[in-house]
Design a protein around this ligand. Sequence first.
Ligand code: PGA
Length: 253
Amino acid sequence: MRKKIVAGNWKMNKTLPEGKQLIKSIIDELNHRNNKEVKIVLAPSFVHLQNAVELVSEFNQISVAAQNCSDKSSGAYTGEVSAEIINSVGCEYVIIGHSERRLYYLETNNILSEKVNQALNNQLHVIFCCGESIEERNDQKHFEIIKSQLTEGLFQISDNQIDKIVIAYEPVWAIGTGLTASPEQAQEMHQFIRMVVSEKFGEHKANNISILYGGSCSSSNAKSIFNQKDVDGGLIGGASLKSVDFVDIINSF
Ligand code: PGA
């Protein structure tokens, strides 16, 4: 059975004290109403990671993710953070290939494939993001784009390594815009992604991989999206910054 996962991508939000407070309120909220079947992942900025790991240590259900890692292993790369350093603070996951990284920091599929390799070589689970722009969807190129993002950025890994991957489908036009993919659009693409994974790694691996939806996912639309057969949870941006909203989403399955 594949895992249900709700991950909170805080992006460049929250100071350290604000972040500690948010984690405490999430735990508090979960103590009142918790869907124990769901794996929860929190992705604050690098500065928070060690603290976040300590704060969630009593709560097995919650893991911590970095939002990015370097494509290099170590050395003279000022400002970069390696997968090894991320792993050394007890962090278990890393998000790779978010559209904001692709768009603003020009991360190509090739660079992303190096990042994935670094993460896996350092025992991290990867949340690998893919998603098309509105122009690509309007031109009916969305399936083709997603397939090339997966084949060029992710599919260099081995059959065993696919077990450590979570895929997040995040249509760029839905991120932070208040526009969400309809449950049918999400299901259609998730089913396609599972088929592409199956072609490369076989049906068994494809059935076991969790595929998350991301893009303006909120407590009011999460239920209808999570209800879809191939949707295994969400990667949540804006709505992960408020404990009540985030825990509402966790309880939407
Ligand atoms: P959003 O962001 O929920 O604010 O749209 C999602 C994401 O970028 O992961």
